[in-house]
Design a protein around this ligand. Structure first.
Ligand code: ATP
Ligand code: MG
Length: 449
């Protein structure tokens, strides 16, 4: 039975108390990316397994250990996406987006799946916000993509994030570098983990990304790619730094950062925090100039990043940053008896049609129980309607925080209520700025009507 009341390991629910904040976060991410001209793309949750094997790389942890792969009933091997880039490239090719104006700038928010050891900041189902730009090899595009993440963090008020950048060159520079790495790691062959022993011949750079403490320690003194960059890659990296400088974006060069996915070339970067424990990388990305061709498309330089929104939220809460939360009930209308409840139902309907969050009883509760409920949901205003109010055509509306009461006409209640609350807010604002100008928005509205 426990299985029925427990979510699968590494997955989590988002409860109503959190979802409004989550939605605010999501729309902020899109708005910022859209201000750079990026447009949303949505791709399927699962793809052909080969796409990730080819795209992410056979020697990566993701492909070797972490994919949710299964045969569907038609015998196809499919995989729940472990990241967003491979699917975006596949869609870019399938729909011929390379024939449209370049650069193509895409962004997305998606759930990803990796069979990892669940721990703080590491889940098996997690959400990534990502951007991808296709069609520019120029260093200015690297700086622009990095600046999107930078802008997101600044807008949200996040502090103490370090931007680490590196260049991991092109296949040309990597030839010599791989030789140097192999020679270095060979001395430690017996100490390296099994996976890294395998990588030693196939892809020694991957060892630098191993999470095992022993391999990590050994990697600390390994040769660094920066010393092996060819002239073009070096010049490109200098260009990226110059653009970042011109944008006032601080960074440190981390010559050992290689990132966990095989498709990267030249620029790689991470935004790292010390405030959220061992899983401190909130955003990671880089350039992948060869991936589109590798997956069968035309030669197209490209780059992007993935930002874990779960880790971003951990960082926000570690820094005491509150996202705007729920939209609360503006007015709760309590009918005293069944007869009045029909009129009340029509009033809340009109209020909602005017965009006002209004609630009433749908349980059949006593007046006392209704008031308790209104208090629990934090209704800003309440009013009670019975036969007396209906006969008089007037109701008393109570402001639950100040206790003040106003009498409003039932006829066109939604308009009367709106005017009244706007006016209250305006006079609160006037009090706040400490002016003694009597400001009545109602008068103002009356005058212009
Ligand atoms: P890490 O080194 O932390 O394992 P990674 O190199 O595997 O990260 P990417 O594949 O580049 O990460 O993914 C981009 C971002 O997605 C990460 O920086 C992180 O914020 C987030 N992320 C990756 N894996 C997970 C996970 N299992 N749970 C939560 N967030 C994740
Ligand atoms: Mg990982």
């Amino acid at each position: 039975m426990a299985l029925l009341t427990k979510a699968v390991k590494g997955t989590q629910d988002l409860l109503p108390a959190e979802t409004a904040k989550q939605r605010y976060l999501e729309s902020t991410l899109f708005e910022i990316a859209e201000s750079f001209g990026f447009k949303e793309i949505r791709t399927p949750v699962f793809e052909h397994t080969e796409l990730f094997q080819r795209g992410v790389g056979e020697t990566t942890d993701v492909v070797q250990k972490e994919m949710y792969t299964f045969d569907d009933k038609g015998g196809r091997s499919v995989t729940l996406r472990p990241e967003g880039t491979a699917g975006a490239v596949r869609a870019f090719l399938e729909h011929g987006l390379f024939n449209e104006s370049l650069p193509q700038k895409l962004c997305y928010l998606l759930n990803c799946y990796r069979y990892e050891k669940p721990q703080a900041g590491r889940w098996r189902e997690f959400q990534q916000f990502g951007v991808e730009m296709f069609g520019s090899a120029d260093p200015s595009s690297d700086a622009e993509v990095i600046s999107i993440a930078y802008q997101i963090f600044s807008f949200l008020g996040v502090e103490d994030l370090e931007l680490q950048i590196n260049s991991i060159g092109c296949p040309e520079c990597r030839k010599k570098y791989h030789e140097a790495l192999k020679n270095y790691f060979k001395q430690y062959k017996t100490e390296l983990c099994d996976t890294c022993n395998d990588r030693l011949e196939k892809n020694p750079m991957r060892i630098l990304d191993c999470k095992s403490p022993v391999c990590k320690k050994i990697s600390e003194n390994s040769p660094v790619i920066i010393d092996y960059l060819c002239d073009d890659c070096r010049e490109h990296f200098e260009g990226v730094k110059k653009y970042l400088d011109s944008m006032g974006i601080n960074y440190t060069v981390n010559p050992r950062s290689v990132r966990g996915l095989d498709y990267y070339t030249r620029t790689v970067f991470e935004f790292v925090s010390n405030a959220i424990g061992a899983q401190g990388t909130v955003c990671g990305g880089g350039r992948y100039d060869l991936l589109v061709e590798e997956l069968g498309g035309p030669k197209t330089p490209a780059l992007g990043f993935g930002m874990g929104t779960g880790r971003l939220k951990m960082l926000l809460s570690a820094q005491g940053i509150e996202l705007p939360g729920d939209n609360v009930c503006e007015i709760y209308i309590a009918p005293t008896d069944k007869e009045s409840s029909y009129k009340v139902m029509s009033m809340v309907t009109d209020l909602r049609a005017s965009g006002i969050h209004a609630e009433t009883d749908v349980v059949g509760r006593s007046l006392k129980a209704q008031m308790k409920y209104a208090d629990k949901i934090g209704a800003r205003y309440t009013t009670v309607i019975g036969s007396d109010e209906l006969a008089a055509g007037k109701v008393k509306v109570k402001n639950m925080s100040s206790g003040s009461v106003a009498e409003l006409d039932i006829d066109n209640f939604e308009d009367n209520f709106l005017r009244y609350t706007i006016n209250e807010t305006a006079s609160d604002l006037a009090d706040d700025v400490n002016t003694d100008t009597a400001f009545s928005l109602t008068d103002y509205l009356d005058n212009i009507n």
